[in-house]
Design a protein around this ligand. Structure first.
Ligand code: GUN
Length: 283
């Protein structure tokens, strides 16, 4: 069997086209959706991600404010900045790029964001609503993964989903969201004994551990759907995922490439959350 490529760029474009129509409609109602991105320090990966988010905002006719600060910004200063954005009616989405410098407490920062502007879906109110299946801003990467599965008519109901990784940004929420879609979900992580025992049972495997080319064909059963959330550099400095793409390609039924897989869809979901927040502000 040869895998079918899950084309993240195509899925992303479809979502962005829909967002753009919603942006146009809002503009006729006098509202320009606005996203504020707060970037602290000089993490080069963060700079790249933020630049892509801004570029996409602008391409869709949305307002994009970049608030950039040096590494020594204090927690109090950051919280004051967030407070200002919470109270700015022209800003509908607030994203504080992670990771933060060590001296800033991530949880306090997430807690400070108004849940109505929490387009990352990281606030405990958003997470709680997501857990019980209420309406909520859903975290962008997990939500993007669901959109990719839907686009290719890959139905999670009844399937065994194995998630590798338990981060708050990807691993934990993607498992919960697939559970909402009636999948049977197993979480695995760096302390899991005999990882292969679990991964080989997966109908759908979500790999989010941040180790270059960690997963190979020995980990999967024939016909598995493989979603690679990784974004790493290989030994030659080339962008690669957590999955050894060439090795797994022949054995999987579907696979996401890196780059061009989960990444572009994640950004599209951020745009969708921001336009949704702007629409909510009119209601
Ligand atoms: N850093 C890596 N991924 C993300 C994300 O989705 N949101 C934020 N705020 N920071 C990140």
């Amino acid at each position: 069997m040869t895998a079918k490529l899950i084309d993240g760029k195509a899925v992303s474009q479809k979502i962005k086209d829909q967002v753009q129509m919603r942006v146009e409609k809002l503009k006729h109602q006098g509202v320009v959706p606005g996203l504020a991105v707060v970037l602290i320090g000089d993490n080069s990966a963060s700079h790249t991600y933020v630049k892509n988010k801004q570029k996409t905002c602008e391409a869709l006719g949305m307002r994009s404010d970049l608030l950039q600060y040096p590494d020594d910004l204090t927690q109090a200063e950051l919280l004051a900045t967030i407070d200002g954005l919470n109270n700015d009616p022209n800003i509908h989405g607030i994203l504080v790029q992670l990771p933060l410098p060590q001296h800033i407490d991530e949880f306090s920062v997430i807690m400070a964001i108004d849940p109505q502007k929490d387009v990352d879906g990281f606030h405990p109110v958003s997470v709680g609503n997501m857990m019980i299946g209420n309406e909520a801003f859903l975290p962008c990467t997990p939500n993007g993964i669901i959109k990719m599965l839907d686009h290719y008519a890959i139905e999670p109901a009844g399937q065994h989903v194995v998630v590798i990784g338990r981060s708050n940004i990807v691993g934990k929420p993607v498992g919960q969201m697939l559970l909402q879609r009636n999948a049977t979900v197993t979480y695995t992580h760096s302390k899991t004994k005999d990882l292969v025992y679990y991964t080989k049972q997966a109908d759908i495997l979500v790999v989010a551990i941040g180790v270059a080319k960690f997963l190979d064909s020995r980990h999967i059963k024939p016909g598995a759907v493989v979603i690679d959330v990784g974004m790493n550099r290989d030994e030659n400095g080339k962008l690669c995922g957590d999955v050894d793409y060439e090795d797994v390609f022949e054995k999987a039924s579907y696979i996401t490439p890196v780059p061009g897989g989960v990444g572009p869809v994640t950004i599209a979901m951020l745009m969708e959350n921001t336009v949704q927040s702007a629409e909510n502000s009119l209601a």
